[in-house]
Design a protein around this ligand. Structure first.
Ligand code: GLA
Length: 338
């Protein structure tokens, strides 16, 4: 039994997922492949092939673990809680995704592992939305990373060769063409250490929760622009980013349907300005990476993921001379059994 789950790039719609907003990711070609085969005993013997490591996981145990082992522990525990009885097995994990490159390698690992183990048990207990939520709980509760649902939903719902508009309030998904002609999308590493990323991310989530509390809303998705403008700073700016970013997602969807690459670039720039000035998740290193992209002729470039360092996504016109460290990203296929 083999399952594949891709990494993802979020074209636009940043810091909207945990606000019941809109996102527009696509699956990349690279991902994580997990093979499983039944075995004797009472454990899962897991070979992390890319790392050259092996771990033994007793099926009944709820012990905590570190590093990649935390993901395996979490998947086993969450599957058990969902009533899925995983039998003893051997598991082989290989990854083509660079870790920490902003391509959501963690979500790809949890999704591929869960799909492979579910196939082994023959269980159809979970649909894809439930599986996305399960994999997100693995990251939140077992790995200790407070993230939204973007990465898991992107991985599980991205249509082949296209982007997917995800409405995080209803979890409705809609395919969107990603035909950029000869233009290319690429990510660039800012090289900034990620030390403060988690605390910064959590601080932004708390500010969004404070906005909801002040306005008596369940989610920022329901906020009205005029109410947001009356809030004290910095809450007003934070909420403004989220509201306008949702609008930019739909503007990007419209631009892609028209095949308007110039407009797509402008929307990336507008998103970045908002993430830098209103949401304040950029850093000097990120700004330098954006400048490098623009100097290489990018039509648009923006910080991606949680921010506070990390990567920049840039849209380059045909025949541009990309920075040497740029990683070209192309739309691939969503998670599946092989
Ligand atoms: C991180 C999280 C996602 C999302 C982005 C910001 O990458 O993992 O869930 O919140 O930040 O859009």
């Amino acid at each position: 039994m083999r399952a594949f789950a891709p990494g993802r790039v979020n074209l636009i719609g940043e810091h909207t997922d945990y606000n019941g907003g809109l996102c527009l990711p696509f699956a990349v070609e690279q991902g994580v492949t997990v093979s499983v085969a039944s075995a004797g005993g009472d454990a899962l013997e897991v070979h992390a092939m890319t790392l050259g490591e092996v771990g033994l996981f007793e099926l009944e145990s709820r012990a905590r673990a570190e590093g990649w082992r935390a993901f395996v522990r979490g998947v086993l525990a969450e599957l058990a809680d969902a009533g899925v009885v995983v039998p003893p097995a051997r598991v082989w994990i290989t990854s083509e995704l660079p870790i920490g490159a902003g391509l959501a390698s963690s979500a790809a690992l949890t999704v591929a592992l869960s799909l492979a183990l579910l196939a082994l048990t023959g269980s159809s207990a979970l649909n894809r939305r439930e599986l996305a939520a399960l994999c997100s709980r693995v990251e939140n509760d077992w790995v200790g990373a407070r993230t939204g649902l973007l990465d898991q939903m992107a991985c599980l719902f991205a249509p082949p060769g296209e982007a997917v508009r995800i409405d995080m309030a209803s979890l409705e998904v809609a395919p969107v063409p990603l035909d950029l002609g000869r233009a290319v999308l690429a990510t660039i590493d800012s090289g900034a250490p990620h030390e403060h990323a988690a605390s910064g991310y959590n601080a932004r989530r708390e500010e969004c929760a404070a906005v909801c509390q002040a306005l008596g809303l369940r989610s920022l998705r329901e906020a009205l622009p005029e109410d947001v403008e009356r809030l004290p700073e910095p809450l007003s700016r934070r909420a403004r980013h989220v509201l306008r970013e949702n609008e930019r997602v739909d503007a990007m969807v419209a631009a892609l349907w028209r095949g308007d690459v110039e407009e797509a670039g402008m929307l990336l720039d507008a998103s970045h300005a908002s993430l830098r000035d209103d949401y304040e998740v950029s850093t000097p290193e990120v700004e330098r990476a954006v400048t490098r992209a623009k100097e290489a002729g990018a039509l648009g470039a923006r910080v991606v993921g949680g921010g506070f360092g990390g990567h920049v996504l840039a849209l380059f016109p045909p025949d541009a001379d990309l920075p040497g460290d740029a990683l070209v990203v192309r739309p691939g296929r969503g998670a599946r059994l092989l």
